[in-house]
Design a protein around this ligand. Structure first.
Ligand SMILES: Nc1ncnc2c1ncn2[C@@H]1O[C@H](COP(=O)(O)OP(=O)(O)OP(=O)(O)O)[C@@H](O)[C@H]1O
Ligand SMILES: [Mg+2]
Length: 260
């Protein structure tokens, strides 16, 4: 676990949260933020805090996405409560949802059957995202993949990323055949879904959620069990909408994802 800085939080959040009985932290902190859990008299809350400019802009994006999705869809995601900024940090306050990340649940699972059941529910839950009607204005935006390739070029020129110029050119020249866009999570790894009662139930970490290419979600979802046929089958049995080819997997997971 990364050392936590035990961030102070905005005064306004303290008013919303009320009397805090206990503070705790997730087992794994992500790369882009510090997360604190506040256990208060009237409920449990999450404060997500980012400091670097790139990550502060992602956190603002996440705040906006959560507000839109809370208002316009029935998706299982945390409830947005507030967003604040000061000179050094940005802070997002949201509800704390029950459960543990799927990555942890898979480690705890004792049998292959339990793991298959978890992955099957991941596929089923991802289908609900791809079948949810996105907010209208999201549908009117330019092609998601074209926007991502532009963002990839920007990230390559301005930030440290795993991808390089050669890979980016390859991605621009070899775009996969277009398919209908859907609502997508946008960072759909086993770290970003929470499990309760042995089922994937809640999506978190929503800064990349958009109207986009569902193959990107599938690629990130299956990356950790791509070579385990039983788990892969369990995923697709739950997901049902389509399967991606190895080429598509490599385009999105080993390709586009390298720039984010
Ligand atoms: N609303 C929530 N309810 C319960 N737990 C949460 C919630 N939000 C975050 N967490 C916990 O905090 C961890 C980190 O949160 P999150 O994935 O949003 O941030 P991150 O990983 O820093 O983001 P990134 O992946 O962009 O680096 C999660 O894995 C989860 O354990
Ligand atoms: Mg995360």
């Amino acid at each position: 676990m990364k050392n936590t800085k035990n961030q102070s939080i905005p005064e306004k959040f303290k008013k919303i949260i009320g009397n805090v009985l206990q503070t705790s932290y997730p087992k794994r902190q992500g790369a882009t933020s510090e997360v604190q859990f506040f256990h208060a008299e009237q409920g449990n809350y999450v404060c997500k805090c980012s400091s670097l400019p790139k990550y502060r802009s992602w956190l603002l994006k996440e705040a906006k996405v959560m507000q839109e999705l809370n208002a316009k869809t029935a998706l299982s995601i945390p409830t947005y409560l507030d967003f604040e900024e000061d000179e050094n940090n940005s802070y997002l306050l949201m509800s704390m949802e029950p459960g543990i990340p799927l990555r942890e649940a898979l480690i705890v699972a004792k049998t292959v059957e339990e793991k298959k059941n978890l992955i099957h529910s991941f596929g089923t839950k991802l289908r609900t995202v791809h079948e949810t009607d996105p907010p209208l204005k999201w549908k009117q935006q330019a092609c998601w993949l074209d926007m991502q390739l532009k963002r990839a070029a920007y990230n390559l020129n301005n930030y440290e990323v795993d991808g390089n110029q050669q890979l980016l050119e390859k991605l621009i020249l070899n775009k996969p055949e277009t398919i209908p866009q859907t609502l997508i999570h946008g960072d759909c790894t086993i770290d970003n879904v929470l499990v309760t009662d042995n089922q994937v139930h809640t999506f978190i970490d929503l800064s990349e959620t958009a109207f986009g290419d569902p193959r990107y979600d599938i690629a990130l979802a299956i990356r950790s069990f791509l070579f385990d046929k039983e788990l892969l089958d369990a995923f697709y049995t739950g997901y049902r909408l389509q399967q991606i080819t190895n080429e598509e997997f490599n385009y999105f997971d080993g390709g586009l994802y390298e720039f984010f």
